[in-house]
Design a protein around this ligand. Structure first.
Ligand code: TZP
Ligand code: MG
Length: 208
């Protein structure tokens, strides 16, 4: 494993937080985030590009890395730190051709079969989920659960794994205990305000 995931991996959601991507990034950096994913399912590519450009400047001014969800074109145009791809996005090998060797490429998997298939791809980390039920994904795959997660962990030992889906400050420790290197959170950090302090609390839970 040459890439190291931070213990807590926040993902932006403008609908849920009521904040622009840059404002979310500001709060998350305030709370100690070092790697942030910008996830946008509603804005036009033009608007997302504009927001991501400002967010990336802010992130880089603080030494924080920024990953773009879905849009390889926007990641390339902005020289973002990487891309996060799902099972129906551009294949990781194609994204690697476009973004080059230095880009961080993350790939979502939802069961052992997908994780096994992903383990030979040119990716830097795997996301596994949903671990618990989640309201923040359209048509989510069946819940993987903690047992499913640890099953994947023991079989995939050469790639960092970030767990995602229904993770909160309260259950993060058991998810890490099941073998995840990192926990990705949307609502656990962004619903109800105070993202900076929740980010801080989550990092504390990870270190304990
Ligand atoms: N992929 C699997 S679950 C999920 C994504 C993007 C949504 C996670 O959101 P939350 O609020 O942390 O459950
Ligand atoms: Mg996607």
């Amino acid at each position: 494993m040459s890439f190291t995931l931070p213990g807590v991996y926040p993902i932006t959601d403008t609908k849920l937080s009521g904040l622009s991507h840059v404002d979310q990034v500001r709060q998350l950096i305030d709370g100690g985030a070092t790697l942030i994913q910008l996830r946008e399912k509603d804005l036009s590519p033009r608007e997302f590009h504009r927001e991501a450009e400002v967010a990336l400047k802010l992130a880089h001014a603080h030494g924080v890395r920024l990953i773009i969800n879905d849009r390889v074109d926007i990641a390339f145009a902005l020289k973002a730190d990487g891309i996060h791809l799902g099972q129906t996005d551009l294949p990781p090998a194609e994204a690697r051709k476009i973004l080059g060797d230095e880009a961080i490429i993350g790939f979502s998997t939802h069961n052992l079969e997908q994780a096994r298939a992903a383990s030979t791809l040119p990716v830097d980390y795997l996301a596994v989920g949903p671990i618990f039920s989640t309201a923040n994904k359209r048509a989510p795959d069946p819940v993987v659960g903690l047992i499913g997660l640890s099953d994947i962990r023991v079989r995939i030992d050469h790639l960092p794994i970030v767990a995602i889906g229904g993770i909160t400050v309260a259950n993060a420790s058991e998810v890490l205990g099941a073998g995840a290197d990192s926990v990705a959170m949307i609502s656990g950090l962004l619903a109800g305000g105070n993202a900076a302090s929740r980010m801080r609390e989550s990092l504390k839970a990870w270190k304990e």
